[in-house]
Design a protein around this ligand. Sequence first.
Ligand code: B12
Ligand code: SF4
Length: 479
Amino acid sequence: MKVKLILPSLIEAKSPIWRPIKYSLFPPLGLATLAAYLDENDEVDLQDQHVEKLNLDDDPDLVIIQVYITNSSRAYRIASSYQSRGIFVILGGLHVSSLPDEAANYADAIFIGPAEQTFPAFLKDFKNKTTKKRYVSTLGRTLINQPAIRRDLIKRNKYLVPNSLVISRGCPHHCDFCYKDAFFKGGKSFYTRRIDDILEEIDALPGKHLYFLDDHLFGNSKFAIELFKAMEGMNRVFQGAATVASILRNDVVDAASKAGLRSLFVGFETFSSENLKMNNKHQNLKQNYEQAVKMLHELGVMINGSFVFGLDDDDHDVFKRTVDWGVSNAITTSTYHILTPYPGTRLFENMNLQNRITTQNWENYDTRHVVFKPAKLSALELEQGYQWAYNEFYSWNNILKASLSHEKIQHQLKALFYTGGWKKFDKFWTFAINAGGLKYMLPFLELILSEVKKQNEVEVAQLRASPEIAEIQQVYKSQ
Ligand code: B12
Ligand code: SF4
């Protein structure tokens, strides 16, 4: 059988003002996970529109499309075009689980929730010509004894971070604005793989760098510590995401750093306890954010702070306060989001009841647009404040201020390279993507993420003398 798997690009990814590098980071892991259940004799073609031109003139027996909220209109158009030629189309992913009735208009079958159990069941039905319209994941969710992801289908050279992996599904918490409770409705909402299976996957990945895409890498502390202890000595450097509370308990992050953790995405989200309470983000209440930052810095772990703007207790000051805090605490990168009530979440339900949803154009549900009536700000103020925060945090002045406040010169240089490299060299990244040179950037990323105490004087001198540092200094001087 011929099977086509498609990840349509997010609408914004094809806009000339957006940054191609952001969409050349991670390969389509969800689709490669599904491909593992196909028969070894199947002819499989996996295409990711973020990094390649889609070929839609083919004639497969089955088309599998992953739908995110901001690629949904494009996904539906592709689905309809295949359906009009009599080809069987199935849709799944986060947006289909949020709005199954909408997605059902464009598919022969839809999938609600994670698909590790429902997709193999569908494949049997497909062979027997007894398919159902809906496959809903409820009981029996597990990641144990699942086939290995079909990484052979991933075009590694097209991604900056080809070694992304997930060792769990979901998260133990229940924040009102998160996709999680809607997606995992009706069954377990946090579960992990087996450690030996993860180690085997890591072993097979080339190079040093790994990126764990789990919602909360430290979500099960006992499991995480066991995994990190087993990873010690594997000579890896890795990045992941975790909560403030899980960092402050200190034992997990300690084990992670010994295993190679060098950068962590941390969900600070807001400094207001009112906001935290209103959004059921109790795990952040009364947590000492500065202490968490200090602990990570002491371990040599860079921080990507996540912050949300537009929560009901946010006023005009929130943008400046948040940027200033990030700079003075030497956060390496900040990801700012405009609060976005995704359909299916409790936040959406509440806002809908209060008549505060202002548009159902899903393309704007990208955390950059205001799609609801904020409480203490106008929509324009919120959008402008968000833009201002990005520009301000990533001004050379603040990048240098934050980077240079680290104690060790190696940490200063790493932070400077990481932040400056990520945000200030878009032309270079676009050139690297177009010239097929992303694969040559990975060793550089690995060097930036390498352990400071093992770095010798020669490496530091190399970093200092590199043309990128000279360019950064020149730009700074010219401002
Ligand atoms: C990697 C990633 C990205 C990459 C995506 C590129 C890529 N190649 O996938 C990039 C960097 C581009 C990105 C961008 C953004 N992202 Co993002 N991202 C992720 C992340 C961390 C991991 C995705 C992943 O690989 N998961 C692991 C795989 C195994 O799971 P999966 O893809 O869901 O696939 C499973 C099922 O969904 C199902 N499935 C999927 N498709 C199909 C199709 C069929 C037919 C079937 C049967 C089954 C099926 O099968 C798989 C196995 O169960 C998730 C967090 C998460 N935990 O998923 C956030 C996440 C998806 N992103 C999110 C957001 C908000 C964004 C941005 C808006 C952020 C921003 N401000 O720019 C943008 C836009 C995305 C959007 N929603 O429109 C939110 C989405 C919220 C929502 N309701 O849509 C998430 C959930 C993070 C979060 N916790 O809030 N993201
Ligand atoms: S901690 Fe993060 S992943 Fe977990 S429910 Fe809250 S927002 Fe979602």
